[in-house]
Design a protein around this ligand. Sequence first.
Ligand SMILES: *[C@@H]1O[C@H](CO)[C@@H](O)[C@H](O)[C@H]1NC(C)=O
Ligand SMILES: *[C@@H]1O[C@H](CO)[C@@H](O)[C@H](O)[C@H]1NC(C)=O
Length: 413
Amino acid sequence: MERLILILFILSETFFNIHAQSGTDVNAVLTKLFVTDGYNKKIRPIKNQSLPVDIPTEFVLNNIIEFDEQNEALKTAGYLFLYWKDEYLAWNPSDFGGVEIIFVPQDDIWKPDVTLANSFKTFTGLGSSFLNVRLLFDGTIFWYPFQVLESTCSVDITYFPFDIQSCDLKFTAWSYEKDDVDLNLGSNGISLKDYTPNNQWDVVSTSSNEINTGESAVNFTIKMKRKPNFYILNIVAPVILLSLLNAFTFVLPVASGERAGYSVTVFLSLAVFLTIVASEMPNNSENTSIFSVYLMTMTTFSTLIVMLTLVEVRLSIRTIPDQPINKFYQVLYKLSLLLQCNGCRTRDKVVPLQNKDENPKDDTDVDENVYDLPANWHDVLDSIDFLLFWFFVIVTVIVTTACMLAARNGGIK
Ligand SMILES: *[C@@H]1O[C@H](CO)[C@@H](O)[C@H](O)[C@H]1NC(C)=O
Ligand SMILES: *[C@@H]1O[C@H](CO)[C@@H](O)[C@H](O)[C@H]1NC(C)=O
């Protein structure tokens, strides 16, 4: 039955020859329906009032105008396509010169008070009074109210910028129960036949379902995926580059006197991105994005690096006789030597001059201990720089890779 009506609708313009109708005949039909029969638009259009009016519904999405993540609102343009049978609006075409189809203003007939239930701003009926409905001689009415819809849509930002958002559009015949008006799904659910692509969001899939709680409502779901390139180029890539610069603080010699300034600059740049990202994200604490966590981790590293740098600057003004190099720094120095594999190289097997003078007799023990000891604080600083540089490079690469993979893979699912 639904299929048949749909086919009739599609054919209506060609099949029912509107152009063969004369104005006088159409006027006669209108007079019969609205004057002679005394049509009352307050009556539910079914003669047996214990039966529901069956209204198949389809949503045609024209475009996604805007998705406001911060306010969690989706603005779309589209129209509903609804049809039903009004038993009080039927006529016999052969009595009226073959008139089969007429147009009447939507406010002149009974129609369900369909509204967008999860509306973000206004709560109004669909369509406007200037729209017409198409009326077939057997009483079938085709109504396709166009509307710019603003719906609420809760945002899940976890996988930003690879996130997929799922937004519902719930339409309900507000005053009616399912027993009065049966709003149900037409054959198509959401149709994308008139869809114009959006430059920020791709529609991945759509679905629709009826709500079976006695409420007369249908639910259309649009799943959309962010196009990530803009955010990768403008936010993600700069942050990753800054994180690498962070580690390179330890390449700059302490003696240059610019190291503290450099590390603070990197810290401030990261802080700027923290602000930018915060302004892009919805102000909710329900879910945190992996990228925010990454950015926060990098800012924490940066803070650590600033602190370590300041400590190193302080160490750099120490002198040997006054402040001897204690065990802790000796261990760091040895560790650094070990990692640099200095012991494997023959050219390093030169006994430091100063030690030779002090212990000229211990020639045999010398290769075990003596050249493993730092000669001055400068050596200690070099080894600390070496260790910290590689530590931060490796940790940054690991954390970056892990976060990006997590966001990417999570977003794909
Ligand atoms: C109206 O419909 C109900 C439910 O199908 C049926 O029981 C009843 O007999 C019908 N009434 C009339 C007047 O046809
Ligand atoms: C609408 O449908 C979606 C997907 O099937 C579902 O997750 C959501 O809960 C439904 N919304 C309502 C109001 O039933």
